[in-house]
Structure formats: structure tokens, C-alpha cells
Design a protein around this ligand. Structure first.
Ligand code: XIL
Length: 387
């Protein structure tokens, strides 16, 4: 006789038998599922071990993980369990950014990210660093300095101190985040930012060189968004990033990996564009990480939950089917693990067009039950040939 838990877990792999045995109650949401394993388990604990995203990714040469808002892990032990069961790698959502880490010129707030590193270690997970330089995370105190040499020195010192603090510990660093924006009409499509204005156009090279010197082991990553879709705007950005990275390689700048953020929009077209982009980096010997995957369906009209979930899951599947066949892709991280904490619901700077309708972009819902996205992810891992 199987326990209920074993029974339900078994049912995730034999959908028909559980549907017959457990009746219609468990079938909510199945009809429109775009995946081959409809969401039928009643608790995330039924999806640990060999059923987890972590295990399925691992079997296919991938590491699966998630962004984490650290205070939530500190308070919510169920969520901490969920993370440790599902993830092989974690990344702090905010706590390593300048604004969080450098409240003042003389203070480094390493406590929260150190906590996450210890948590990851205890649970046999890796950790990535995000990020050393981003146009959106510039502390007020540094903006007040009107001496460019001093700012450049602070930039180098910050990267040195932070990389040394974690030297040999982090799997990778997003060294520079979101440096390209063709709308700013600067040479090379560079974004106009505090760092560009004050450190100079070669701030990207400088950041990577400084990071390598301080931590020779972390994979140094350039991370950006708006490169995922089969549309003209994303194609322009892909070309600019490719040119930038080729230039860095030709100058001997140490770069190891490209982070494709992968904040997708439900129903948009993802395919050849991202596949070719990844292959170009594969040819250059770089690794590729899908660093911040989620699917925003704020712009879709339907309010039918099952219908929304099906479109979201299909978007995951199409994107992953284009990206994952390439052996350069080594990691997939979603930007958080549960819909309860997604930045898309306003836990951060993101603003929704439909403020009365919560977003559902992640593998676990607000009650930590697996969603269609969970199965879309897991099936996509399973369809990948071992790299
Ligand atoms: C977001 C966080 O999730 C929010 O909590 C914060 O308020 C703003 O930043 N691209 C990135 C991430 O590289 O750093 C952003 O994270 C999401 C978009």
C-alpha cells in the first residue's frame, strides 16, 4: 500500500492512473496544460530528490537555480526547504548590488549575502554573484562626488574588495549588467549611465580586468536583457552585444560567459534569434547562462487562469526548446521560485499594467504548489540531449 505522498508522487509520472484514482479535484488546470506532466501533486515536498528541477537539469548537463530575496529565506523555513530541494545554484536578487552592499562609502553590508552563501553551502548549492556594476544601482553618496578620478578609484576598489571577499567561493559573477542601449546613440550602442559618464567608455573592460585579478576562478559574465525575441529590436541588441564581446576578446579582456536574462513576455515569438545568438558565443568558447527567466503575461487580455497558465508554460517551452540544445548553455535560473515573491508583482521596481491581477510567472505558485511552468521547465530539461 502506497502512502498518500508516495501515491501522489508516483502519479506525477503516471498521469492517467492518478486522474482515474483521485478524481476531478486534482485535475484543475490540466485541460489547458501545454505540458506532458500536468500539475497534480498537492505539495512541493512530493517533488524533491529525483523529481526536482535540480535533478532533471543535472541529468541533462544543466544547473537549475533561482534568484533569492534573502530576508524571505531567513524567515520562511518552508520556502528555504523548497529552494534547497529544487535548486543547484542561487543568486541574491538585490543584496550584492551597490545600493544594498554599499550604504555608505565606508560600509560593506556583507551580512545578508554571506548568510545566503552559507545556506547554499549547507545545502550543497552553488552561488552566483549579481552584480558588480549596473546603471540602476548607484548609491546616492557616490553620485554626489564630482571628481571622476575619485569615482574611477572607488569603482576599482569596490570590485576588488567584493570579488576578494568571495574569491574561490562564487561560481560566477555578473560583472557588468545591462550596458547596451541603442536608444542612447552612443558608440557601440553603449548605454549612457553613471559608470559610462564617470569611469569612461572603457569601464566595461576595466570591470572585467579588475574582477579577474581579484578572483581568478569565478566565471566572469556579461548579463543583459532584450535579446531573447524574434523581433527587430532584440536583433539589434544581439548584434551590438556580439560586437562588444568580440571587441573584448580581441583586446584580451577576460570574459567567460554571457548571461541572457530571459524575462519573457507571454505569447511572444522566441526561436531562431536566441538560438543563433547562443551559437555565436559557443563558437567563441564562452558559456551561456539563462540568468533571470520568468514570463510576464501582464499584457494578455484573458483572465481565465488555466488559459493564462497554458500560454505562460508554452512561452517557457518555446524559448527553452530554442536555447537548450546548444551545449554552451550550462545554467537556467528563474528570477525567484514562487509566484508569492516575484518582482513582477511589484516587489521591486516593476510596475504592472493590470494592478488588480497578480502575475503567475514561476515554477511554484503562491502556495508553493507546482505550476504549469514547473512542468514546462522539467520537460524542457528532459528533452535536452546531454551536453
Ligand atoms: C530586480 C529585483 O528583483 C527587484 O527586487 C529590484 O527592486 C529591482 O531589480 N534585471 C536585473 C535584476 O538584472 O537585477 C532585476 O532585479 C530585474 C531585472
Amino acid at each position: 500500500m502506497l502512502s498518500r505522498r508516495e501515491f501522489i508522487a508516483k502519479g506525477t509520472e503516471t498521469a492517467v492512473s492518478i486522474a482515474t484514482a483521485a478524481g476531478a479535484g486534482l485535475l484543475a488546470g490540466c485541460a489547458n496544460s501545454a505540458t506532458s506532466h500536468p500539475p497534480m501533486v498537492s505539495s512541493f515536498r512530493d517533488l524533491a530528490g529525483s523529481r526536482s528541477l535540480r535533478a532533471h537539469a543535472h541529468r541533462h548537463g544543466l544547473i537549475y537555480g533561482s534568484a533569492v530575496v534573502i530576508p524571505i529565506v531567513q524567515k520562511n523555513t518552508d520556502f528555504a526547504d523548497l529552494l534547497s530541494e529544487q535548486c543547484g545554484i542561487l543568486v541574491p536578487s538585490n543584496e550584492l548590488k551597490w545600493v544594498a552592499l554599499r550604504p555608505s562609502r565606508d560600509t560593506f553590508n556583507f551580512g545578508p549575502p554571506d548568510f545566503l552563501y552559507d545556506f547554499a553551502q549547507r545545502n550543497h548549492m552553488l552561488m552566483r554573484g549579481h552584480n558588480l556594476c549596473w546603471h540602476e544601482s548607484v548609491p546616492t553618496w557616490i553620485r554626489k562626488i564630482d571628481n571622476k578620478d575619485e569615482i574611477k578609484q572607488l569603482f576599482v576598489d569596490h570590485i576588488t574588495t567584493v570579488c576578494k571577499h568571495y574569491a574561490g567561493k562564487l561560481q560566477s559573477w555578473d560583472v557588468v549588467n545591462e550596458a547596451i542601449d541603442p536608444n542612447d546613440k552612443l558608440p557601440g550602442g553603449l548605454r549612457k549611465s553613471f559608470w559610462y559618464d564617470n569611469v569612461g567608455p572603457d569601464y566595461i573592460d576595466l570591470a572585467f580586468q579588475t574582477a579577474r585579478t581579484a578572483d581568478p576562478n569565478a566565471k566572469l559574465t556579461y548579463n543583459d536583457y532584450g535579446v531573447e525575441g524574434d523581433n527587430d529590436g532584440d536583433a539589434v541588441k544581439r548584434r551590438l552585444i556580439l560586437e562588444m564581446v568580440k571587441g573584448m576578446k580581441s583586446r584580451g579582456v577576460p570574459i567567460d560567459a554571457i548571461g541572457i536574462q530571459s524575462h519573457l513576455n507571454a505569447g511572444e515569438k522566441y526561436g531562431q534569434g536566441v538560438a543563433d545568438f547562443i551559437e555565436a558565443f559557443h563558437q567563441m568558447g564562452l558559456e551561456v547562462y539563462l540568468t533571470e527567466l520568468d514570463v510576464n503575461d501582464d499584457a494578455t487580455v484573458s483572465n481565465d487562469l488555466a488559459g493564462r497558465d497554458a500560454i505562460i508554460a508554452k512561452t517557457y517551452t518555446e524559448f527553452l526548446q530554442a536555447a537548450l540544445p546548444n551545449p554552451a548553455v550550462k545554467q537556467v535560473l528563474t528570477w525567484d521560485l514562487s509566484d508569492r515573491f516575484t518582482w513582477l508583482n511589484g516587489l521591486g521596481s516593476h510596475r504592472r499594467k493590470q494592478p488588480n491581477r497578480l502575475e503567475r510567472p514561476l515554477p511554484f505558485d503562491a502556495d508553493f504548489k507546482p505550476t504549469d511552468c514547473f512542468y514546462a521547465l522539467r520537460d524542457s530539461f528532459d528533452h535536452r540531449k546531454r551536453a
